[in-house]
Design a protein. Sequence first.
Length: 160
Amino acid sequence: MLEYENIMDLVFNNLKKLLYPQEWISLDLEFSKSELLAMLFVDKHGEIIMSKIAEYINVSMSTANGIVERLVKNGYLNRDRSDSDRRIVVIRLTDKGKTLVDELKNTIFEYIKLIYEALDDEERKLIFKIFNKVASILDKKSTKSQDDMPKNQLRKIFIE
């Protein structure tokens, strides 16, 4: 049990450094995690349909619509008709959204570069292997949790 406590202490003591570097504080105040993930996902694909965004950020369609609507209203995303099939509505980044995502990716890149350059080849291989293993374990747990959830279950959301 002591090993788990040491790992937990290591994670909690360093989580802020990993997830909230100084450059991200303004982003954290302005955007939710889901909004940032949605914009990064749209950036990765160029254009995407709502159901794919909902699936990627693991929310209902109505929640995804609310997230995208806020980003459209604030000028980060556009809803457009697909060029290939006019019946389909796709989500695209605006120039303002592209600028924000590029800044975010550059910040992330700088942190990765800083860490990468501090590691030797063996450490890089090891951290990559460990990260992939951790991601695989968490993915399996997430999939199992989704399979265990009752379908079509309504959740009450209390509003103060």
